[in-house]
Design a binder for this molecule. Structure first.
Ligand code: F6P
Length: 349
């Protein structure tokens, strides 16, 4: 398909960009990738939409020029702001408005040829619905959770894993000094990617994932066996989304209490929380975000709408957003890291 003439002011393509859902390291690198590629390579105009879909409903927007894009690679959070607004669901901002109609009108008023939606699973669902309304959309997956279907990796994940790994490294010394079990809970929503990758990189002795059912007696036996072998401390990494019988308690807190009850070993717990979502992105995440941002703009320049950019193997590609919507990417019990972990004695429950 022909690329539309993109000289500024002269029928230039005009795109909007928004960031939605939980923030993560690398979003600003993706915004920079989209904007620089759109403005300097294709001569497009870019409108930054504030606070995710909320800003598309309230028309809280600004024109982005290249000067606003300096220093973004290492900058944490999102310069556009984010929200969990879901315009196809009840509630949220402007609860009495016909939000789908308003979205359509605002995209027309703002003269947007396409909206670049940077987000996680909820954003992919919304983007697919926007396509259904006739709004041109291209999506870029981001989340620390790495649970977006169709892409091998999302940016944010590598940074979160490195923060969680560092935290686990630090727990080893205090666990060893006091001969304790240290339980650390990491994020991941309903998937166990962060727990698996940080747990393995940090030398976790027990790693509990939502995808692999656990038995607390097995966990206790694994910890007692370590003591019998002369290993007087242990690290237990728990994904926030594991099943417990007490939903009011953090998963890590629940597991720590169960371990102490089951084994009698002194046990402490740490919930890593939002620390793993903040700070500067790793170089891997910066580069992935830059590649995805550029690819998204290339799709728009070729008028290939309705697609989500993805990393598959070493290549950046794209797939139909409708194939992604409603799905989630889970850890398989046959994942290489699980298989190798089992071989070296890690207990997965
Ligand atoms: O999706 C990213 C994530 O950080 C999850 O790991 C976590 O469960 C959730 O967001 C927390 O969401 P909120 O920012 O709404 O508290």
């Amino acid at each position: 398909m022909a690329v539309r003439s993109t000289k500024k002011g002269d029928n230039a393509m005009r795109i909007g960009v928004l960031t939605s859902g939980g923030d993560c390291p690398g979003i600003n690198a993706a915004i920079r990738g989209v904007c620089k590629c759109a403005i300097s390579h294709y001569g497009m105009e870019v409108i930054g939409i504030h606070s995710g879909f909320e800003g598309l409903l309230t028309k809280e927007v600004e024109i982005i020029d290249e000067n606003a894009l300096s220093g973004l690679l290492s900058q944490y959070g999102t310069i556009l702001g984010s929200s969990r607004e879901q315009p196809f669901k009840r509630g949220g901002v402007m609860p009495d408005a016909d939000k789908p109609t308003l979205l359509k009108e605002n995209v027309k008023d703002l003269r947007l040829d396409c909206v670049v939606c940077i987000g996680g699973n909820g954003t992919m669902d919304t983007a697919a619905k926007m396509m259904g309304l006739g709004i041109n959309v291209v999506a870029i997956p981001k989340t620390i959770d790495n649970d977006v279907w169709g892409t091998d990796t999302t940016f944010g994940f590598d940074s979160a894993v490195s923060i969680a790994t560092d935290a686990i490294d630090r727990l080893h010394s205090t666990a060893s000094s006091h001969k304790r079990v240290m339980v650390i809970e990491v994020m991941g929503h309903r998937s166990g990617w962060i727990a698996l990758y940080s747990g393995m990189a940090g030398g976790g002795d027990v790693i509990l994932l939502p995808e692999i059912p656990y038995n607390i007696t097995n966990v206790g036996n694994a910890l007692i066996d370590r003591i019998k072998k002369g290993k007087y401390y242990s690290i237990v990494v728990v994904a926030e989304g594991i099943q417990t019988t007490n939903p009011r308690k953090h998963a890590g807190e629940f597991i720590a209490e169960e371990i102490e009850y089951e084994t009698g070993i002194e046990t402490r717990q740490t919930v890593l929380g939002y620390i793993q979502r903040g700070g500067s992105p790793t170089s891997f995440d910066r580069n992935l975000a830059t590649r995805m941002g550029g690819h998204a703009v290339e799709l728009i320049a070729n008028q290939q709408y309705g697609r989500m950019v993805a990393l598959q193997g070493a290549k950046i590609t794209s797939l139909d957003i409708r194939d992604v919507a409603g799905k989630q990417k889970y850890v398989s019990s046959q994942d290489d890291l699980v298989v190798e972990g089992r071989k070296i004695g890690v207990c997965f429950g």
